[in-house]
Design a protein around this ligand. Sequence first.
Ligand code: GDP
Ligand code: MG
Length: 762
Amino acid sequence: MRFALAGNPNSGKTTLFNALTGSTAHVGNWPGVTVEKKSGYYKKLGEKIEIIDLPGIYSLSPYTPEEIVSRNYVLEEKPDCIINIVDSTNLLRNLYLTTQLNELDIPMIVALNMSDVSEKNGDFIDAEKLSEELNVKAVKISALKGSNIKELMEEALKCAKEPKKGVCVVNDGALKGIYKEVYGLYEKENIENPVFHTVKMIEGDSLETEKFPDIEKKCSELKEKIDTGDFEGDFEGVVADLRYKYIDKHYEPSLKKSNKMQGMTKSDKADKVLTHKIWGIPIFLLIMFAVFHLTFSENLLFIGYFIPEGSFDIPILGTDAINSPGVILFNIVDWITSSITEAVGGAMPEGTWYTSLICDGLLSGVFSVLSFIPQILVLFLFLSILEDSGYMARVAFIMDRAFRKFGLSGKAFMPLLMCFGCAVPGIMATRTLENEGERKRAICIAPFFSCGAKLPIWAAFAGVFAQVYSGLNAELIVFSMYLIGIVVAIIGALILKLTAAKGETPPFIMELPNYHAPQFKNLMLHLWDKLKHYIYRAATIIAGAVVIIWFLSSFNFEWQFVEDSGQSILGSIAKLFTWVFVPLGFAMGDDGWKFVVAAITGLIAKEMVVSTLGVFSGLEEDALEMEASDIVSTPLGIMMTGIGGGVLGGVDIAIPAMFSFMCFNLLSVPCMAAVAAASGELNSKKKLWTAIAFWMLTAYLVSLFVFWFGVLATVLWWAALIVGLVIVAVVVTLVVLSTKHIIKMPKFEFLKKLKKNSKKSS
Ligand code: GDP
Ligand code: MG
């Protein structure tokens, strides 16, 4: 037996899928999270039932990849039963898809999901009456609470064993005569699902007309005689209109909305503020700043500014200020890892190669990555809360308005948001974009969104620099890296739109889910999902690579153990091409080649950047005797603040060099896994190489600019200001030029009509 879960995005398919199969697929609060169908097994009814989680869809028309995947699945693979999952808090709108699925000859059952919410709202749905009207069974469930799920499956099993005939709800009004005739044509051909095909043919659905050209010819002749009134020959519109009318007349009476829900709901009220035209983006930035503050600040709530210096100094908790939860956790883990390194170092004989391998290589390399896990966890916890509560879906909506001008719709923003976790699933999720040009643009800019593996770089540098330079603020440095990524991404999208990846930005329509409190279990699943592959990488690729780097930087070409890593194999090779990076600032100075090596190892996996620096600093003399609890005085901290060689012509260039180094890592080739994902999605060697060249060139140019802009700003702040303004002016001009010829797409009109109709009916 095979049952398929079909329904609108956000109706709870994945939640139900997880509840049925006990798996942990990603539950997301925006469309596009499930791009491919997933399968698992339900075993509680004695019979092994395969469950397929189909991508979320609003219709069976072939407009989006999700719709095509789901349509092909039900038509070609013929599941034994379709479980149509319906969000009962938004019943009438969801039933639009139900009327289409009901046209198939495949047994179907309607799961009225989120009944916990609709009950709490005081709505009442008469499931029996609705079942009668629909001609298929409807069962109230809550996928989240797990209630009534067994009953649903029992009913589904019963349905699956009975034959079903498609039900048509549009055989009315203008279509009455034509429906019968076209249906007759399909019947003569003896085709399965004749009701579905008939309706699709009348709609003029492109897949249908291509497949049955003869019927299409006769259908067109019949259509010419029909007066479609306001729809002016748009049969898709006529059909949609009839569907909504039918839903209104026959299904609506089963729904008794509570009086208290009339007017504005709490969600609506919150949206008035959170998705406000002007305040939406500033509020989003503020929320994000708060998140970074809680994760990276060493001055929680800015208390440090109000209490006198020297009031207290508590290890782990803070000095003259209180650390944020993220930093406190970081300090704890850092204390544990450095104690381990110290203990191991003390127990092993001094000055041997294997002590160096274990302590300087393996432990400092791997620990320098692992100690950032707490901050990654805290940051992702907050992001998951924002996602689960429904806020991130609003962000996509807000961003649509801003992004559109740059050639990206809010729909592209969703996969891109995923890239903050990891670019690999983000790049894969671009499959939800219907326009090839937009899809290519999205893939090319995906790596610019700062992923979890880059976080240790920002955290390490921000932590050290904020302590050494009193004017710097750790969470602002980290925040700025995320912002630089976004800004470069949208400018990049604009440039790509004007050059390599042309194509319209399709309209973006999404339904905003109601806000709700995040579910603890969901949060933990999200976190574990993100953490798991991070730890896995640290234990495998990173550990292996640091040993190789330790080896190459500890021995010279004569296989002798060297004290000065500059004379090692790695040092000798790196110094040959360090000059390429000298204009970027960070490669200046004696240690410059080490930063170059770190940046290059970062092309394999971004965690390597910090662990490579960790290995180099571990090789410093007396590394183990340093005070480890204060990150500034560790060898790693000393090396970091010496970036760029420190001084150039009397100017301290460490800060510009640091930003340049971070930008290079932010924008260059993300990691081999992401390159593989992009290769799969772009599906062409040439396009992949173009993308790689685009990333490297962007990284180089932006870092070059950031460094010299930083140096200029240090010397002549007003000159930097002028340069900055000129750049803003250029970007604005580009935006104006590119939006001049935005074409109104006819489909947009159609969808607007749908929206209007659905508003009328709900
Ligand atoms: P999908 O897009 O259809 O796969 O929907 P998801 O399974 O990702 O669910 C969307 C959101 O609805 C998630 O935040 C779920 O936690 C929430 N959700 C799903 N089912 C229920 C339910 O029965 N009750 C409540 N209150 N929330 C639910
Ligand atoms: Mg899903």
